[in-house]
Design a protein around this ligand. Structure first.
Ligand code: HEC
Ligand code: HEC
Length: 342
């Protein structure tokens, strides 16, 4: 191996390690002094506007929304976003984060054998509905330095849906909270942080339905045409943003800027040190190429530095790609009108 290659291998091992290792090694093993304010991976995580400064007190309550929350939507969200890091079936054990089975009502940071950060261990108390509400709004605001490198869910109704689904992950779900008349005014109208990119008026949640029904697999073009751009944006901000910027001129993070990615030649951002594997892929980032890449990057391009396991769900990939499409002053045509080619 030449030294360039060696460097790339080392880089990919480092990136993969940062993502997948149980980060306790860094926090507790190497750096005993506690001067590492945040896990290394956090440095790359984009904060939502105002999220870091947001006082938990300013987060709208989900209690009035729980009884009528959409458990199925919550499940679709958890399947898409949280499942990257959490198992949530009985006995499935830890992934990057602890198992979420039975999480509602249990003491915080209490899964035996999971190496929690000091930040979350310090919290004390139980995962009540409202504690989950604050946590899922902005984990870093609740426990600065937590290893949950997820930016949070700005939309109150979505948090209620997610928590209503988490409640069902138990053989004895905790009773729904009693709603006092004073608290009965739904707070859903006030999103905590405005999405920074205008979401195009997406077709309603067809993507989630497509995922739920085992009907004949819809084509990529139709999935993208009917995708939920907002969900795609949430996914990108929650997951991809750890490594990618996606606004014009924001430049490179761990990966290249995704602004304008749909339709551009593969591995073409000037100055970004792509792996030879990705460079060899060639061609443009068509819808089909993105779809294949995002299914399993490490399988599609062996040796890639994109240490991300992929998005197994076709509808979620379509949501993500439909959102990526909007990251342009002149978004390329939707695939239905172009036979799948941007
Ligand atoms: C990028 C990976 C990642 C994503 C995405 C993620 N989590 Fe986490 N989560 C973690 C890690 C790591 C921890 C442990 C935090 C610590 O030790 O500071 C955690 C902790 C938690 C806890 C505390 C559990 C306990 O036992 O105290 C809850 C609740 C939780 N996550 C829920 C969620 C939900 C719901 C979602 C989706 C909306 C989600 N997480 C998305 C990585 C993630
Ligand atoms: C752990 C960090 C990480 C995460 C998470 C991640 N990526 Fe990447 N991504 C990279 C790196 C590094 C590269 C460069 C890969 C190479 O050179 O082999 C890359 C490359 C890409 C490319 C090719 C860009 C080009 O200019 O050719 C696309 C498209 C992409 N990522 C999209 C995404 C999307 C969408 C997500 C979320 C679903 C995501 N990535 C999540 C690190 C990441």
């Amino acid at each position: 191996m030449d030294s360039l290659k060696v460097n790339e291998v080392i880089a990919s091992i480092l990136v993969a390690g940062i993502v997948f290792m149980v980060t306790g090694f860094i926090a507790e093993g190497v750096v005993r002094t506690g001067e590492l304010a945040k896990p290394a991976f956090m440095v790359a995580v984009k904060n939502q506007p105002g999220a870091a400064a947001a006082k938990p007190a300013g987060v709208p309550s989900i209690t009035p929304l729980l009884a009528s929350a959409d458990v199925k939507k919550g499940q679709a969200f958890v399947d898409e976003v949280c499942a990257a890091c959490h198992n949530y079936t009985a006995g499935a054990g830890a992934k990057i984060g602890p198992d979420l089975f039975n999480v509602v009502g249990r003491p915080r940071a209490s899964v035996k054998g999971f190496d929690y950060s000091d930040a979350i261990k310090k919290l004390g108390g139980d995962w009540t509905f409202e504690n989950l509400n604050l946590w899922l709004h902005d984990p870093q605001a609740v426990a600065p330095g937590t290893r949950m490198t997820y930016t949070g869910i700005a939309d109150t109704q979505t948090r209620a849906d997610v928590i209503a689904f988490l409640r069902t992950l138990s053989s004895h779900p905790v009773p729904l909270p009693k709603v006092t008349p004073a608290a009965a005014k739904p707070a859903a109208a006030a999103p905590a942080a405005a999405p920074k990119a205008a979401a195009t008026p997406a077709a309603p949640a067809n993507a989630a339905k497509a995922a739920a029904t085992p009907a004949p697999a819809p084509s990529l073009a139709s999935l993208i045409d009917h995708a939920n751009v907002k969900k795609g944006q949430q996914f990108v901000e929650g997951v991809c943003a750890a490594c990618h910027n996606d606004t014009v001129g924001a430049g490179t993070k761990i990966g290249p800027d995704l602004y304008g990615v749909v339709g551009r030649p593969v591995a073409s951002v000037q100055g970004f040190g792509y792996t030879p594997g990705l460079k060899k892929l060639g061609g443009d980032w068509t819808y089909a190429a993105l779809n294949q890449w995002l299914t399993n990057p490490m399988k599609e391009v062996p040796g890639t530095m994109m240490a991300f396991p992929g998005i197994p769900d076709a509808a979620t990939r379509a949501d993500v790609i439909a959102f990526l499409r909007t990251l342009s002053p002149n978004p390329v045509a939707l695939p239905a009108s172009t036979g799948g080619k941007p």
